[in-house]
Ligand binder design. Structure first.
Ligand code: NAD
Length: 803
């Protein structure tokens, strides 16, 4: 049994330290955050009495760090209240607070002397057995702790920025680090903090930044060699090859050119034996940009610059012309081969097509990927013994969809080797070994078991699956898919639990999903104990199929619309009253219809990063798959049976959330908004989510789950509540906070929430009555021109129209 980590200290409350502390607080881990004394008191109130005797002044840097984390975008805290778990202090007065800490994370300035100086100071305060680590991005872990007594419990823990959102946590043991210390932090980082763990060797900048910086510099070099523009490079190095939208130059602007320069310089100085050392140099134009203060987002200008639009509404983005060093309007790149490849949905297939494309586009990819593959393969075993770690580091640290070796497999090891032969480039030993062993790929998959080529054995070795993890893709390849249609599947999770998996584009819910819900419920009744609704795609569900709805509206097929809404309501009610438990596993975007399905399940096991909201008003509608009804029931059921209790307050919150299209920024906030109940579970590690949901479902079975009967007793507040909501709308409209159409949608919502127009005084109604009200309101809104405009706009632009 690993020793638990119950309390953590973070030393240094800068960008990383304060956000690491925030994320520990998100995981409900109490945390001590210390920084140095302020060098000079500079805040206004302190100028009046600039004294370091004041404890508030002495702790100012740590407090400022927390305040900055509280204001950060995207939010560092799941909910602001988590800040209460952080105790701030300074290195002079509060080192005794370290005594109760099980893990101490150093996150001060990237400077060996500063780090060692601080560790010397804190060493006497470290409890025996506590783990001590550095968040350095590039300094040798061995060198930082040379000579300290805590060496057996010392390692590198490299979080990526922002620590809440970036999945990668590189763990770097030093020579004397005890294996159980690596295991302890790996377990805690994965299970409690939800990170993806990659164990790296103590080489400069570890794995992700070593490869990531190389790829970035190679891109700049090819751009200059081949005369590509900034826009062209960003079009080539973004989603087209499975990389983030920020591509090369927007990423550089976000990171800051000065920070990049520092990392590149550090690599150049430390990579003495690296065959590509000369490539770790910034191009001249970047040096010039840094001199001119064009550092990116932090100075408001870098490769791109946002200015107010000419008409005053909205803004325009300009691009730096590297020839004249002046900004010019952004140009839409025209790259023939790229446009064609964009129609290929699968990233691996697209990468293959791009690598083989004619003209400049193909040439660019052959150059960039050829160099990247060669460099990455040459780093085995220097930075890692295994390829999987390199791939995961790039996926989790740089948001690459596929790892380097996965991309290479997609293009073909042979294809790249042939290119090198033509160019008279000697392949790295890893590739020579692979080809000599008669293998054609780095990865191999057979009967759901993935293996990877191992350089030491010159053969494939199985990639161990983490115990307790359920991978739907593996189950599928083992033949555990019970049923499938284009929108959804049923997969046998084992132990009598079935999984209903959505897999349409954006996991949009349509007729085939509804059909699969019914198939699932039937299978549940006949052969299974419980069901989980979840998937391992990018998001749980973006909601119901708007395109189908729009087509029906445009054809005037009102019966069809009514029938489709009714079918969705019936499916959700069938989930709610299924005789055996159904557990939803929402994560990522969980919107509209996706929320409604989730709300009707017996329980939810939500990923910590779940952005959940009933967003129908954004497209001119109200939730009518039972979502309005379910939120109303939850709100009014929460009111104590007490004459003095104000039942309108929770109802008002529902009215506001649905009317104002509120989407939670975390699962914890979703709980505050009522989308999750206190009985629901929040899962920090999304890889574990399906397994946890299965566990929860089996637990419900064990506890003798009973669904109850459709409700006939839902309290209704009637006309009094309607009038209050109407008054609020009137004031909002008068203040021009909402449009006429917003007011109309919200009025329909208020009608449902108060029990319909005929409902004058408080009383009780059935669930079906509320579903009929929802459907009626939905249909009448579908007949509104402005609703149609909203739907069209959303389908075209992916964002709501305010009309
Ligand atoms: P930062 O400059 O934002 O914060 C540094 C902190 O160190 C400040 O709170 C400062 O008060 C403190 N400090 C400075 N000099 C000190 C001294 N002499 N004694 C004690 N404390 C001192 O830096 P950051 O970006 O948070 O980086 C912290 C560490 O994390 C660095 O090692 C960095 O390389 C690493 N890192 C940074 C990022 C990133 O994106 N910023 C990502 C991963 C790792």
């Amino acid at each position: 049994m690993l020793r638990p980590i119950r309390r953590v200290a973070v030393l240094g409350a800068g960008t990383m330290g304060s956000q690491i502390a925030a994320h520990l607080a998100n995981a409900r881990i109490p945390c001590v955050l210390l920084d140095r004394l302020p060098i000079s008191p500079t805040l206004e109130e302190e100028k009046k009495e600039p004294t370091l005797a004041d404890p508030l002044v002495r702790d100012r840097l740590a407090r400022l760090g927390v305040e900055t984390a509280l204001k950060s975008h995207p939010a560092a805290f799941f909910v602001p209240a988590n800040v209460a778990l952080i105790t701030t202090g300074n290195f002079e007065d509060h080192l005794n607070l370290l005594k109760g800490c099980d893990w101490i994370i150093e996150a001060v300035t990237e400077n060996l002397d500063v780090k060692r100086e601080l560790l010397k100071k804190v060493e006497p305060f470290i409890s025996p057995g506590a783990v001590v680590s550095s968040n350095t991005s590039g300094i040798s872990i061995e060198a930082i702790a040379q000579g300290f007594s805590f060496l057996p419990s010392w390692l590198g823990t490299h979080f990526f920025n922002p620590p809440r959102y970036m999945k990668l946590l590189e763990i770097i043991p030093a020579t004397g680090t005890l294996p159980e210390v690596v295991e302890r932090i790996s377990w805690f980082g994965g299970e409690v903090l939800g990170k993806g763990i990659v164990v790296a060797k103590d080489r400069p900048n570890f794995i992700a930044n070593r490869i990531g910086v190389f790829v970035h510099l190679a891109t700049l070099e090819i751009m200059q060699e081949e005369g590509f523009s900034i826009e062209e490079v960003d079009a080539l190095t973004g989603p087209a090859m499975g990389l983030p939208k920020s591509a090369t130059f927007r990423t550089a602007d976000l990171v800051g050119l000065d920070v990049m320069a520092h990392v590149v310089q550090n690599l150049y100085e430390s990579l003495l034996g690296d065959e590509r050392r000369a490539d770790f140099r910034l191009p001249e134009f970047m040096e010039r940009m840094i001199e001119s203060g064009l550092l990116g987002q932090k100075t408001g200008q870098g490769f791109y610059k946002r200015i107010a639009g000419e008409t005053g509404d909205g803004s325009e983005i300009l691009t730096l012309d590297l020839g004249t060093f002046a900004y010019r309007p952004r140009q839409k790149p025209k790259l023939d081969g790229l446009e064609m490849a964009k129609s290929i949905g699968d990233t691996r297939q697209r990468a293959r097509a791009l690598f083989q494309a004619q003209g400049r586009v193909g040439h660019f990819y052959r150059q960039l990927l050829g160099r990247t593959f060669h460099y990455a393969a040459s780093r085995i075993p220097e930075i890692s013994d295994d390829l999987v770690s390199v791939d995961r580091a790039m996926q989790w640290g740089f948001n690459w969809e596929c790892g380097v070796f996965e991309l290479w497999d997609a293009i073909g090891v042979d294809t790249v080797a042939a290119q090198w032969r033509e160019q008279r480039i000697t392949p790295p030993p890893l590739v020579e070994e692979l080809l000599a062993a008669g293998k054609k790929s780095f990865y191999l998959e057979s009967s759901g078991q993935k293996s990877v080529f191992d350089l030491r054995r010159a053969d494939y070795v199985a990639i161990p699956e983490k115990p307790g993890l359920l991978l739907l893709s593996s189950l599928r390849s083992c033949g555990r898919e019970v049923k499938r249609n284009p929108g959804a599947s049923l997969i046998d999770l084992g132990d009598g639990v079935l999984c209903l998996e959505f897999h349409s584009k954006m996991n949009i819910l349509g007729p085939d999903t509804i059909q699969m819900i019914h198939f699932g419920l039937q299978a549940l009744e006949e052969n299974f104990e419980a069901m989980v609704i979840g998937n391992q795609g990018a998001n749980f569900s973006a909601g119901a199929n708007l395109l189908l709805l729009l087509l029906s509206i445009q054809e005037g097929e009102w019966d069809e619309v009514s029938h489709a809404v009714r079918a969705f309501q019936d499916a959700n009610m069938a989930l709610k009253y299924a005789p055996r438990p159904v557990v939803a596993a929402p994560f990522g975007l969980t919107l509209g219809g996706g929320v409604e399905t989730s709300l009707h399940c017996a329980r939810r096991v939500a990923a910590a990063e779940t952005y959940i909201g009933l967003v129908e008003a954004g497209v001119g509608l109200i939730p009518a798959g039972g979502g309005t009804k379910e939120m109303l029931i939850r709100a009014l059921d929460s009111v104590p049976a007490d004459d003095d209790a104000d039942a309108f307050l929770p109802l008002k919150a529902v009215f506001k959330n649905i009317g104002m299209v509120t989407v939670s920024t975390s699962a914890e906030e979703a709980r505050n908004l009522g989308y999750l109940t206190p009985d629901d579970v929040i899962c920090m590690n999304r890889d574990r989510q399906i397994a946890s949901a299965k566990q929860m479902a089996l637990e419900l079975v064990r506890l003798g789950y009973r669904p109850g009967e459709p409700r006939q007793d839902v309290p209704m507040l009637g006309e009094a509540a309607f009038s209050k909501m109407k008054l609020a709308l009137h004031l909002l409209r008068r203040g021009e906070y909402i449009s006429d159409h917003d007011a109309l949608i919200a009025t329909k919502l208020a009608e449902v929430l108060s029990g319909g127009r005929e409902w004058k005084s408080p009383g009780r109604v059935s669930e079906q009555y509320l579903l009929d009200l929802e459907r009626e309101a939905f249909l009448s809104l579908c007949g509104e021109k402005k609703t149609v405009e909203r739907i069209q706009y959303m389908l075209k632009n992916g964002k709501p129209l305010r009309n």
